[in-house]
Write a protein that binds this ligand. Structure first.
Ligand SMILES: Cc1ncc(C[n+]2csc(CCOP(=O)(O)OP(=O)(O)O)c2C)c(N)n1
Ligand SMILES: [Mg+2]
Length: 326
């Protein structure tokens, strides 16, 4: 199933398009307010990669868990994180989903099974592995998803986690968002083998998809999740995608050539989805209305975050374990 070949289920594709647009609008807003100095800390935007977030989320259900990376805004929003709690968290406000203590790279919401973003490359993978073990042990029928970038391919913790997941036949979906870059280095300079071979070494089924095609990602993720729920052991889903922005906001991207940047813009996941909807006879006015609706929702959430209180200084040590002097 691909965007260009399939006759899409229009309501479903419209729903996915809206979810992608919403992530895009949130991150465009973040780019702007970060440049204006309104965001404490660092942010890594996933603009260009929204189809992975929405495609994978569409295959997940209540009770499933997800661990993500430093570039995880799209993943948590696609899993249903509250937009107000999200904005307030990124802006360090008291009403943030983690009370403003985590910020962009530490967003979590246990009530939704979002077991954390993570600033350490590859570090979300063993957390998802533990979650998959818990889900299997408790026989809940749930699955865990570990989102990671191509940079994690070179991390030993991925190799160890593949091994344990295979040995224990865990319901763990390894999702690699392969955008071809790990900071300022190409994937080939980081890892000596393709991910497919690494997965095969552990006897794990690997599938690669066009990560800018939300229908292709969704179809592959659904098939993989069905296999996980049937107890067939872990799967690896590699989504080839494109990071439109720099590694972090403020990165001038001198290491990328203009042709590559242009190719990313031409194959943009959101634009391709809009084209598929137009080809399926969705009216231009309907698409414009969707854009407006999303922009209004995001602008309102930003305003509420701006007027939210800062955390109180006295609370800085709450929930922090300390050793008591004898
Ligand atoms: C263990 C570890 N090593 C290095 C870094 C510095 N670092 C932060 S992001 C990043 C690149 C990650 O690339 P990738 O996993 O492909 O994710 P992407 O940024 O492309 O989404 C690196 C090396 C880190 N955070 N953690
Ligand atoms: Mg990468």
């Amino acid at each position: 199933m691909t965007l260009e070949s399939a006759r899409p289920d229009v309501p479903r594709l419209t729903h996915m398009y809206r979810a992608m647009l919403r992530i895009r609008a949130v991150e465009n807003t973040l780019a702007r307010i970060f440049a204006d100095g309104e965001v404490p800390g660092f942010i890594h935007l996933s603009i260009g990669q929204e189809a992975v977030a929405v495609g994978v989320a569409s295959a997940m259900a209540e009770g499933d868990t997800l661990a993500t990376t430093h570039r995880g805004h799209g993943h948590v929003l696609a899993r249903g994180l509250d937009l107000d709690g999200f904005f307030k968290e990124i802006m360090g406000r008291a009403g943030g989903i983690c009370r403003g203590r985590g910020g962009s790279m530490h967003v979590a919401d246990m009530t939704l099974g979002i077991i954390g973003a993570n600033g350490i490359v590859g570090a979300g993978i063993p957390i998802a592995l533990g979650s998959a073990l818990a889900l299997k042990t408790r026989a809940t029928g749930g699955i865990a998803a570990a989102l990671f970038g191509d940079g994690a391919m070179a991390e030993g913790v991925l190799h160890e986690s593949l091994n344990l997941a295979a040995l224990q036949r865990l319901p763990l979906l390894f999702v690699c968002e392969n955008n071809g870059w790990s900071e300022f280095s190409r994937t080939e300079r980081q890892f000596a083998a393709p991910l497919a071979k690494l997965a095969t070494a552990f006897g794990i089924v690997h599938e690669a998809v066009d990560g800018n095609d939300v229908l292709a990602v969704a179809a592959a993720a659904e098939a993989a999740v069905a296999a996980l729920r049937a107890g067939q052991g872990p799967r690896v889903l590699e989504c080839r995608t494109h990071r439109t922005r720099g590694h972090f906001e403020g990165d001038a991207q001198k290491y990328r050539d203009a042709a590559e940047l242009q190719a990313g813009i031409d194959g943009d996941a959101v634009l391709r989805t809009a084209t598929a909807l137009r080809n399926a006879a969705v009216e231009e006015e309907a698409l414009t209305a969707l854009h407006k609706e999303v922009e209004t929702e995001v602008a309102a959430a930003l305003q509420r975050a701006r007027s939210d209180a800062w955390p109180r200084f006295e609370e800085a040590f709450a929930d922090v374990y300390t050793l008591q002097e004898a």
